[in-house]
Design a protein around this ligand. Structure first.
Ligand SMILES: [Mn+2]
Length: 345
């Protein structure tokens, strides 16, 4: 159980019951945690005080949050506005810093300020009369869920789904989840299909990117070097995303070439699994191949690329073939070199 004292809960209840106008603010580019906690707090206020006018305001909403709101037809509930007129009570959710808001700071004086957050405390914390902060919580939605639980209010399904979206989003699909997280999920999830939450949080990349991924897969050449599966392919754009995708579906190392006739540019993107980068850094490999092509390469051990130019009049297909051959041969040489060093040791 997360610790929120009875005093805090009563204090919050009384503040809500005594407010006439309330503004719930969340940080710019509001993510699902901000949106979920803001709309849930709005629901709570409406439930406890029918006479209170409560608005949810932020200056911008993330693309993912927008798609969730659209799914529930709740887009109108989150008002996008800069420097809004504030109610007599202001609740900051998932927001630790005034820099994350577009409001007139002077407007905050003489207002009842409440903060509900899971970030590190800042000066905003000192300004607030009521603070419900837990840095150990993995999301603000987790804290808000516990508020409901302590008030003995079981929220309707759509509110619990929004809270789950915030929790799952902020925990990176529960990878960062803690005991309290799973405990509150058990409480929230009644009659909810977890797959729906995952679906709501899945971002479909735009169609041109997905086509590039699919084409780079259909065009790929698969070769073996020792036990490594090497994939060689090409794309007209999104080459790094294509290489990443190819590794995610099974290749140990992927080279994806893009040849741009516009400025006679060659771009290569390489990605690999840790089993490969332990032997050879792709940064080193791309730097080496970049030089061979009179260009420049570099990056990280598992993600690297190069840029070069080609001579006028050459055919795209020939360049792609040649560059992929070089990538394959240099990789093979380096692996063989590494093996012979090990033999001599
Ligand atoms: Mn958060």
């Amino acid at each position: 159980m997360m610790k929120i004292t009875e005093d805090t809960i009563n204090n919050l209840k009384n503040t809500i019951k005594n407010s006439k106008n309330m503004t719930i603010l969340c940080h710019h580019n509001a993510d699902p945690d901000a949106i979920g906690s803001a709309l849930s707090m709005q629901y709570l206020v409406n439930l406890l005080n029918k006479n209170c006018n409560v608005r949810v305001v932020c200056d911008s909403i993330s693309a993912l949050s927008k798609s969730i709101l659209k799914e529930y037809e709740l887009s109108k509930l989150v008002e996008v506005e800069e420097y809004p007129k504030l109610g007599d009570t202001v609740i900051f959710v998932d927001t630790s810093n005034l820099n994350q808001l577009k409001i007139f700071e002077e407007e905050l004086s003489n207002k009842n300020l409440i903060i509900i957050d899971h970030h590190k405390k800042t000066s905003l914390y000192d300004k607030c009369n009521l603070k419900i902060i837990n840095e150990n919580s993995t999301s603000t939605c987790e804290i808000v869920s516990y508020i409901f639980k302590y008030m003995n209010i079981f929220p309707p399904k759509y509110i619990r789904e929004l809270l789950l979206c915030g929790i799952v989003y902020d925990t990176k699909h529960l990878k960062k989840g803690k005991g309290n997280t799973f405990e509150i999920i058990g409480w929230l999830i009644k009659k909810i299909n977890y797959q729906k939450i995952l679906y709501l949080l899945s971002t479909e990349s735009d169609i041109s990117k997905r086509i590039a991924h699919l084409k780079s897969c259909s065009r790929m050449d698969i070769k073996m070097v020792d036990d490594y599966i090497v994939s060689l392919s090409h794309a007209s754009s999104y080459e790094s995303s294509c290489a990443k995708t190819i590794v995610s579906i099974g290749a140990d190392i992927a080279f994806v070439v893009a040849v741009k006739s516009k400025n006679r540019e060659i771009r290569v993107s390489a990605r690999c699994r840790p089993s490969v980068s332990k032997k050879i850094s792709l940064a080193y490999l791309m730097e080496k191949i970049g030089k061979m092509l009179n260009g420049e390469g570099g990056g990280h051990a598992e993600a690297a690329g190069l840029n070069a130019h080609y001579e006028k009049g050459r055919k795209k297909e020939d360049i792609i073939k040649e560059v992929l051959n070089i990538c394959y041969n240099v990789f093979k040489e380096e692996i063989k070199k590494d093996n012979s060093i090990k033999k001599n040791d």
